[in-house]
Design a protein around this ligand. Structure first.
Ligand code: CP
Length: 314
């Protein structure tokens, strides 16, 4: 592993999963791996889970982690190549990332899409600039299009709880009051469509089709009830339209996950990456019910990050 940006960087996912289980069983048993190492975490956007689990993962490995809120803790960064910097930006990204590479052994970066310009967002301009200028490995802490640490944590959660050899996993769109990025569902598809013991189904209203580069031919079922039938796991998430880019096409409350929806499944476990808008995306009864894995799933964010750091530092 050189960087961790998408499922393709996971290599042999079974081996990575096995390493994750070993780390989870013995979280402080690998402190030699991170001794005298420093992890730099750059956030262009807010975070609770990613920020704290990344710091915890570094600590568990014996490394130290620094968090930099770009533009708030640092100088305002210029992204454009060849810019005449006579405006408000104070430091070019190429200098900032090259300098951080002098101080850190691994860099993590969180960027977000604008949801205004699909071509610009899907070009992953900021992430690619960081990859270009970093001289150390880079971990995506969520980019404009993908959230690989979340998807890896989701896979760990399913793998450690499944009761059968093969399981049906459903990704369902859920309503929301604001337009949200497609990163989490894109990434979920990027990972879960590749797992040979998972029957993967995506369900959403028409018009919410995701980028086919990430859905990779997975079954799309527009009838949510039919999609949920027989499911072992349900992951809910809102996303804005990819086709009508960044737009909210519907806020149909019938898509909110309730115990009635979960009753269509085969006593499915419920998952959500969090944060969640309670009683808009998912009802309290599902989030707080006996089948909810949301806290275990968030806990596994430490394991996914620790496993990736282990791979990059070992
Ligand atoms: N799921 C997730 O990435 O949460 P944060 O945005 O709080 O990091």
């Amino acid at each position: 592993m050189k960087n961790f940006i998408s499922f393709a960087d996971a290599g042999d996912y079974r081996a990575l999963l096995q390493q994750a289980f070993e780390i989870k069983a013995n979280p402080y048993g690998y402190k030699h791996i991170g001794q005298n190492k420093t992890i730099g975490l750059i956030f262009f956007n807010p975070s609770l889970r990613t920020r704290l689990s990344s710091v915890k993962a570094a600590y568990n490995l014996g490394a130290q982690a620094w968090v930099l809120n770009a533009g708030a803790d640092s100088w305002t960064l210029e992204m454009a190549d060849g810019a005449v910097m006579n405006g408000s930006t104070q430091e070019h990204i190429k200098d900032a990332i090259a300098v951080m590479s002098e101080y850190c052994d691994v860099l993590g970066v969180r960027t977000f899409p604008t949801l205004q310009d699909r071509e610009a967002d899907y070009s992953e301009d900021v992430l690619n600039k960081i990859l270009q200028y970093a001289t150390v490995p880079v971990i995506s802490l969520e980019s404009a299009t993908l959230h690989p640490l979340q998807s890896f944590a989701d896979l760990i959660t399913v793998a450690e709880t499944k009761q059968k050899e093969r399981v049906k996993v459903v990704l369902t769109w859920a309503p929301h009051v604001r337009p949200l990025p497609q990163c989490v569902p894109n990434s979920f598809c990027d990972w879960f469509s590749e797992i040979d013991w998972i029957d993967f189904v995506i369900t959403h209203p028409e018009g919410y089709e995701l980028d086919p580069r990430f859905t990779k031919g997975a079954r799309i079922e527009y009838d949510q009830r039919r999609a949920l039938e027989g499911a072992d796991y349900v992951q809910a998430k809102n996303w804005s339209s990819y086709q009508d880019y960044g737009q909210i096409l519907t806020q149909d409350a019938d898509w909110m996950l309730t115990p009635m929806h979960m009753a269509y499944t085969d006593k499915a476990k419920f998952m959500h990456c969090l944060p969640v808008r309670r009683n808009v995306e998912v009802s309290d009864a599902v989030l707080d019910g006996p089948g909810s894995l949301i806290i275990q799933e968030a806990g596994n964010r430490t394991i996914s990050m620790q496993t990736v750091l282990h791979e990059l530092l070992k």
